[in-house]
Design a protein around this ligand. Sequence first.
Ligand code: NAP
Length: 299
Amino acid sequence: MIDNKPKVLLLGSDGQVGWELQRALGVISEVVNTTLSGQGGLQLDLLDAKAVRETVGQIEPDYIINAAAHTAVDTAETEVDLSRRLNADAPELLGQLAAELGAKVIHYSTDFVFSGTSDKPYREEDAATPLSVYGQTKLEGEQRLLATGADALVLRTSWVYGNYGHNFMLTMMRLFREKGQLSVVDDQIGAPTWSRMIAEATAQIVHQLRMSAEGTAPQLGLYHMTAAGETSWFGFAQSILELMDVSCNVQPTSTENYPTPAKRPAYSVLDNSKLNQAFGLQLPDWHDSLQQCMADRLT
Ligand SMILES: NC(=O)c1ccc[n+]([C@@H]2O[C@H](COP(=O)([O-])OP(=O)(O)OC[C@H]3O[C@@H](n4cnc5c(N)ncnc54)[C@H](OP(=O)(O)O)[C@@H]3O)[C@@H](O)[C@H]2O)c1
């Protein structure tokens, strides 16, 4: 039984990860939800520095958890300024406010900070050389947040999907029902990660930080947090189809045949051992989570 629940200010409560965080954090903390639209929480635009400062001042949270971001990877190529303001300026501001208040910040980043030329899972200390504006601005956000000196935790995750929001799994499910045939790239390799697993692991981290005795809490900083295992977008699509009661002819194709405005890493599997060592956490295999996620959808 936890008394004295920590107060969490959650930004981006209606995003994929934010939506799951509301549920997962609700058990162990007092959560103040904020959304850009004002639906489902306090209205807060992360681009409005004055409003962010005032909200943090009023709430006086123990934790600021930032699940808001500019996540439209292709659109970011032409929305460079907006992408930088949201993905880099905003996390830095949150770090500054948290440092002033003595609060902790938890922020999410991406496998797209890597170029994808590796042939083994990336570790936190590996050089990050992003291929896209999204990857570049997310990398700047990590660095600028950590440089504020706040007690900050940056969790890099990848290929996020779930039953809420916009993501590859929901798009594929719709396309499988609408089309008899589909081509999906098979030369980009990563780890599809269920938003619920990210949220549950985050809640465990908050709980552990709260419960650890003074001076024994795991180190904050940069961590990789993705599902175990790896696959291609084609492999991911095939697995989604196998779990559905529809038929569709899914064929592999190459990135070359499917050009997009933003370049994506060919290989962006992340090594999660640092997270495991510090917090004893390991997210389940991507395929097991996909099964669970889709079963959850049907119940
Ligand atoms: N999606 C992925 O595949 C993926 C992969 C790796 C890492 N990540 C990282 O994981 C985190 C969560 O991603 P996600 O997939 O949950 O993103 P998401 O579903 O796109 O949600 C992003 C949220 O940010 C909000 N937002 C946008 N502009 C805002 C503003 N000016 N002020 C306040 N809120 C604003 C959006 O609100 P509206 O919907 O109202 O615009 C939305 O609720 C992000 O840091 C992302 O970079 C995601």
